[in-house]
Design a protein around this ligand. Structure first.
Ligand code: ADP
Ligand code: ADP
Length: 233
């Protein structure tokens, strides 16, 4: 579903590449966890999947990244909306409307999706994320976990086959984190969505992961496998 072929990313002025000749594959319909120390290139890797690198972050990307066969360097994030949805590190910074329901509709409006499809998908997404009772609430009055679910929902309305999240639980308490992770697991198991998620608090998320990508140190080749294969017991 996601494929990297000899992918290198050089940011302007950096002494060394943020990613160096990375090859990897993320299979369809699995929850894949991306781990590694700070600065190792996790956000860069996610950005390459989303099409944010190089379009919005600058730098030079060499090699090929494809999602469902589409090259993310030649397509901008908007053109990838039906294959890859991205929830950034700080979703609070990205809310554009007042209420939950409006926020879910917003992404589809900008893509020109027909009004009755939009309505259907808003309902479906409210149900999927357990947000139906909060539909008219101003986002500013929601808890952190609820906001994170709205951020995920606003991306899911375009039915992306891949959902990319950068540390989606880092600002949440353990109970809210569990809620968000349960939603992601449901997406994978019930709808066959592929989830790629960076996370540094491994103990919190590892039980939800089908696959892992470990970036051990800057410039080193990633290790991939199941949690049981990669983690010492
Ligand atoms: P991680 O997410 O694992 O912390 P990043 O992908 O954010 O790692 O960063 C990898 C390296 O690239 C770091 O050295 C970081 O400072 C650098 N970097 C990240 N984004 C940019 C950018 N837009 N411009 C220049 N350097 C960057
Ligand atoms: P519509 O365009 O009317 O929404 P689709 O054929 O695109 O119809 O989607 C309807 C189907 O999508 C439903 O069977 C539902 O199970 C499924 N679905 C719901 N949410 C998602 C999602 N986030 N990603 C992919 N499929 C989804």
């Amino acid at each position: 579903m996601i494929r990297f072929e000899q992918v290198s990313v050089h940011y302007d002025g950096a002494a060394r590449p943020a990613l160096a000749a990375v090859d990897l594959t993320v299979p369809e319909g699995e929850l894949c966890l991306l781990v590694g120390p700070s600065g190792v290139g996790k956000s860069t890797l996610l950005g390459a999947v989303s099409g944010l690198v190089p379009h919005f972050t600058g730098g030079i990307l060499r090699g090929r990244v494809t999602v469902a066969g589409r090259d993310t360097r030649t397509h901008k994030p908007r053109e990838l909306a039906d294959v890859v949805g991205t929830v950034g590190q700080d979703p609070l910074a990205h809310f554009v409307t007042d209420t939950v329901e409006d926020e879910l509709a917003y992404g589809m409006e900008s893509l020109g999706i027909a009004p009755d499809t939009m309505r259907r998908r808003v309902e479906e997404t409210l149900d999927l994320l357990g947000l139906a009772e909060l539909r008219d609430r101003p986002i500013a009055t929601l808890s952190g976990g609820q906001r994170q679910r709205v951020a995920i929902g606003s991306v899911l309305t375009t039915h992306p086959r891949v959902l990319v999240l950068d540390e989606p639980t880092s600002a949440l308490d353990p109970a809210a984190a569990e809620e968000v992770l349960a939603v992601l697991q449901r997406l994978v198991h019930d709808l066959g969505t592929t989830v790629l998620m960076a996370e540094h608090r491994l103990e919190r998320v590892v039980q939800y992961a089908d696959q892992m990508i470990l970036l051990p140190s800057p410039g080193a080749a990633p290790l991939t496998g199941t949690p049981a294969e990669l983690l010492p017991v």
